[in-house]
Every structure is written in structure tokens, then in C-alpha cells.
Design a protein around this ligand. Structure first.
Ligand code: SAM
Ligand code: SF4
Length: 434
């Protein structure tokens, strides 16, 4: 979501005549687009602002902007702690960026941290890193109240975007050469709950959206993030299985394998129900890859609770996982719970979880050796003369050959590590970009 917003910030500035620069020393405007999900993001913001202070002292024409979730969270605190910041712009105010910069020019430091999104950031111009793939926001905000999470505080209640607007954006993207989109929402399953279909009392559903996006001519790959296991419904599995362009990958956040911890997190599914969904998804979509999010060290997590998480990880055989150490966020219920765990305990559990998941991921990757996949070329690899590409199952494949980004090739997998596969092309590249 933050990357998506950064592309809009870049797009607005470029539409206004700015060009990107490699070095902060040459910049006329510096934007820090911030994340608030864990505490280290907070610390980094104030550290980065400290580094910008002498630059601003040398060049009073420099404009410094703080955008995103920390801007929404810290509001006036930012300019109190760093009075050299010109603009503080919250998550709902992005479309006003250029006006705020002009106002700051005339009147000095300004702030806009309104509480409600009026214009979807997706409707703004974008400066994309890649011409062949794009993020598309389908809903902003979140109506859940997971006790560890700051998102509802900084992104507000869920607001869905009408299907017509989403389709129009995707059709425009495909005309411009995009072949892959990732649909973005904090809980894609509740997409449409806050909308009505014109002329009917029905509400649009995520499964219907998937099917309609699948009909867009020329779009080859559809991804989405994230579905919430509580609101997951069988119609989404059916839509995934029957929509050719929807990739065989699902990000399905577990958070914890202990029912007691899930309850304290206010995640209203339980481990067996979660595992049951996984079985149903895998039966309906053979070969689908599953990734997840797991938090270690939630307040009061006991050794038994953690053992439950390891057991679910063993049983689920995730293809990949984002693992996080619990970080208390101000204003959330979990932050004021008793029994915050000592850092050493959390670190030790975290390392055990990472070791277990890495072994499972490595085994899942080794099972791909000898198979052939359609891969989409993303760009230059780390080594000269190599290319990074991606399978529909979201695995990274390194090819020892230079190929243009945005092309599809068939690749045979020759080797595998924890983080990527190695492959060789077995077809001539087909440029799909228009
Ligand atoms: N809406 C998504 C969901 O419900 O699965 C999650 C979005 S959140 C931006 C991404 C991930 O960050 C979460 O799934 C969770 O694992 C992690 N996360 C959120 N708050 C956290 C916290 N306070 N400490 C550690 N990890 C956290
Ligand atoms: Fe945060 Fe996701 Fe829970 Fe919403 S559903 S509160 S974004 S973790």
C-alpha cells in the first residue's frame, strides 16, 4: 500500500514538472513516505529527519514532506520535533500534495491529516517503477480491530472502490502495456461491504470483482493481497480456480498457531479452521503456493502457544512466510496488555520459527527442480548478464541470460535455494507489452 502511494506521490510531482534525482543533495523536494506498522519505522523517521536538518540549513529552498501512516499518527508532533519539515500530509490527503507545497512556499509549515479518503490514490497519476505491472487499490482502510494493529487508526474505516472505476483503471493500464496487476486491500474479502450496486440492493463481492478483472483482454496475471481467514468464502476459491489470469498463489495471514493467542489478537478464526481452508484451497487449485504472516511474541504468548505456532507451520507447509517480532503500537489494545515478553525470549522464538520455515521453503523450492514454468521477466538480476523473473506461484527465478522486462518465457528449473530458483529458458521470449 505504501509503495502504491509512493508511486502516486512521484506521479503528482512529475506531472507538476519535477524530475526524480538520484541524490538527496540535488533535491528541491524530499518526501519521506512512512510506515507505522512496527516501532523501528518510527525511529527511522526521526533519524532521517535529523540527517536532513543540516541540508535544509544550507539550502532554505529545500522542501521536506512527511507523508503516510506516521504522518497520520504523529500529526503535529512531527513539526514540533522537527520544525524544518515543511509539509505533513496524512494518508487521506495525498491528492492535496501540490496545493500544500504551494501553501508552504507562501505561508511556512503546513499539515493536512484529514480523517476520510475522498479521492482514491489510484485515481492519481503514477510514476511506476515497472511498465509491465501495477498495484491497483480496491479498498482503503480496515473495519477489523486486531489488537496488535495500528492500520485502522492510520488508514481509517474500509472504503471500497466501485467495480467500474477499478475496471476502467485496469483497462487503461493494459492499454499502456501492463500485463500483471496486484489488487490491494487490507481485507479483500470484505471488499464491497460498504457499496451498493446501482439500481439494486446487492453489494459487489470480491469473487465477482476477480471474475470481472479476469475478463480484461490482454491482462495475463492477477494477484491480490490480503484475504483475511475469518471472512474467506468458498466463492473466492471458485473464482480463483476458474479465472485463467488469477495466479496460483495466495497470501493467507495466519498470525499465530495458538487459539488462545488468536483470541487475544481478536482474529476470529481458529487454527483448525485455518488449516481446513488451506486444504480446500489446495484441493481446488492444484500446485497453488501459499505464503503467510506470523507474529512472534504477542503479549502473554507462552512456550506452549509458541509450540502450537510451530506445529501449525509444520502442518501447513507454507511456501514462504513473513515473520515479525511483535512490536507494541501506541493506541492499540495489545500495547497496554500485561505480560509484554522480554526481547531475548521473542528473539529466541523468532530464530526457531525462521529456521523451521526456511527449511520448509527450501524443500518446497527444491521440489520445483526439473519442472518448466511460464515466467514473467522483471529486470536485471544481481549479476551481469542475468535476469530476474517470477513464476505464477510467486517464486523468483534467476536466468543466466539478459532478457527485456515485461516478456514471458518458459523456464526449466535447474537449481533452488531458500529465496530463489535458478532456471534456463526453453522458449524464445514473447514480448507481450503493447
Ligand atoms: N490486513 C492484513 C491482514 O489482516 O492479514 C495485514 C496487514 S499488516 C500491514 C501486515 C502484517 O504486519 C500483518 O499481517 C502482521 O503480521 C504484521 N503486523 C501488524 N502489526 C504488527 C505489530 N504490531 N507487530 C508485529 N507485526 C505486526
Ligand atoms: Fe490490521 Fe489486517 Fe487486522 Fe485490519 S485485518 S486490523 S489491517 S491486521
Amino acid at each position: 500500500m505504501n509503495e502504491h502511494d509512493s508511486e502516486r506521490i512521484g506521479g503528482l510531482l512529475m506531472a507538476d514538472g519535477m524530475t526524480p534525482t538520484e541524490s538527496v543533495e540535488d533535491a528541491r523536494i524530499v518526501v519521506l513516505n512512512t510506515c507505522a506498522i512496527r516501532e523501528n519505522a518510527d525511529n527511522r523517521l526521526y533519524g532521517n529527519l535529523g540527517h536532513l536538518k543540516p541540508l535544509k540549513a544550507r539550502n532554505p529552498d529545500l522542501r521536506i514532506v512527511v507523508a503516510g501512516c506516521l504522518a497520520q499518527k504523529d500529526q503535529g508532533e512531527i513539526q514540533r520535533r522537527a520544525p524544518w519539515v515543511d509539509v505533513v500530509i496524512g494518508t487521506h490527503a495525498l491528492p492535496n500534495l501540490l496545493d500544500l507545497l504551494r501553501l508552504a512556499e507562501e505561508e511556512g509549515p503546513v499539515m493536512d491529516v484529514r480523517e476520510y479518503t475522498e479521492i482514491f490514490p489510484s485515481a492519481l497519476p503514477a510514476a511506476r517503477t515497472d511498465a509491465f505491472r501495477a498495484w491497483v487499490s480496491i479498498a482503503v482502510g480496515c473495519d477489523n480491530a486486531c489488537t496488535f494493529c495500528i492500520v485502522p487508526f492510520v488508514r481509517g474505516a474500509q472504503r471500497s472502490r466501485p467495480i467500474g472505476d477499478i475496471l476502467a483503471e485496469i483497462q487503461g493500464l493494459v492499454r499502456a502495456g501492463v500485463v500483471e496487476v496486484t489488487l490491494l486491500g487490507q481485507n479483500v474479502n470484505t471488499y464491497g461491504r460498504d457499496l451498493t450496486v446501482p439500481g439494486s440492493s446487492r453489494r459487489p463481492r470480491f469473487a465477482q470483482l476477480l471474475r470481472e478483472v479476469n475478463e480484461v483482454d490482454g491482462l495475463r496475471r492477477i494477484r491480490f493481497t490480503s484475504p483475511h481467514p475469518h471472512d474467506f468464502t468458498p466463492d473466492v476459491i471458485d473464482a480463483m480456480a476458474s479465472s485463467e489470469a488469477v495466479c496460483e498463489h495466495i497470501h493467507f495471514p495466519l498470525q499465530s498457531g495458538s487459539d488462545r493467542v488468536l483470541k487475544a489478537m481478536q482474529r476470529s478464526y481458529r487454527r483448525e479452521r485455518y488449516l481446513d481452508w488451506l486444504t480446500r484451497i489446495r484441493e481446488a487449485i492444484p500446485g497453488i503456493a501459499v505464503s503467510t504472516d506470523i507474529i512472534v511474541g504477542f503479549p502473554g504468548e507462552t512456550a506452549e502457544d509458541f509450540a502450537d505456532t510451530l506445529e501449525v507451520v509444520e502442518r501447513a507447509r507454507f511456501d514462504g512466510a513473513y515473520t515479525f517480532q511483535y512490536s507494541p503500537r501506541p493506541g492499540t489494545r495489545a500495547a497496554s496488555m500485561d505480560e509484554q515478553l522480554p526481547k531475548e525470549v521473542v528473539q529466541e522464538r523468532f530464530e526457531r520459527l525462521v529456521a523451521l520455515q526456511s527449511a520448509i521453503t527450501a524443500a518446497a523450492n527444491r521440489a520445483q527442480v526439473g519442472r518448466t514454468f511460464e515466467v514473467l521477466v522483471e529486470g536485471g538480476g544481481k549479476r551481469r548478464g542475468s535476469t530476474q523473473a517470477r513464476t505464477r506461484t510467486n517464486r523468483i527465478v534467476h536466468l543466466r541470460q539478459e532478457l527485456p522486462p515485461g516478456t514471458f518465457v518458459e523456464a526449466r528449473i535447474t537449481d533452488a535455494g531458500v529465496h530463489h530458483l535458478i532456471g534456463e529458458t526453453v522458449s524464445t521470449p514473447a514480448t507481450v507489452a503493447v
